[in-house]
Write a new protein. Structure first.
Length: 146
């Protein structure tokens, strides 16, 4: 899909209709049906579509013409795809956070291993417990409550 769209910031409706291979009135209709398509208006009320609008319109065209969805079915599919992307992004953020916590815990473990004195080990343990284990445990409780 990417290679069909020229490298421009904005597109007029005629350009968009040629990219999509549909008439301009179809693009205007899809704009009314799919709320994610929001072209910018010029002072003369011409529609200027951003690249993300054109990408969304290409997806809609694919759903309607290639995969034979109805308008309502395409709306549901777009909504589902958007939710899936958001869930995936949320999960990747949580994974990154857990990786960061693991790295910090490994550093604490190295500090424990290097420390010879029991008193220092005790203080390090208290520091680690208060700053790393307890927040992690609370995070675990919050996530498991859902």
């Amino acid at each position: 899909m990417e290679n069909l769209i020229p490298d421009k910031s904005y597109f007029r409706i005629g350009e968009v209709s040629k990219i999509l291979n549909v008439e301009p009135y179809v693009v205007r209709y899809w704009e009314t049906e799919f709320r994610t398509i929001k072209p910018v208006r010029t002072r003369t009320s011409q529609r200027l579509y951003r690249k993300k609008d054109v990408e969304e319109l290409l997806t809609i065209r694919n759903l309607l013409y290639s995969q034979r969805f109805t308008i309502d079915g395409a709306k549901k599919q777009l909504h589902k795809t958007k939710e899936d992307r958001e869930t995936k992004n949320k999960n990747s953020e949580e994974i990154e956070r857990l990786i960061h916590i693991k790295e910090q815990l490994m550093q604490i473990k190295e500090m424990f291993d290097k420390s010879k004195k029991p008193a220092i080990k005790g203080r390090l343990f208290l520091f680690a417990y208060q700053n790393y284990f307890m927040p992690f445990y609370l995070l675990f409780l919050m996530l498991s409550a859902d």
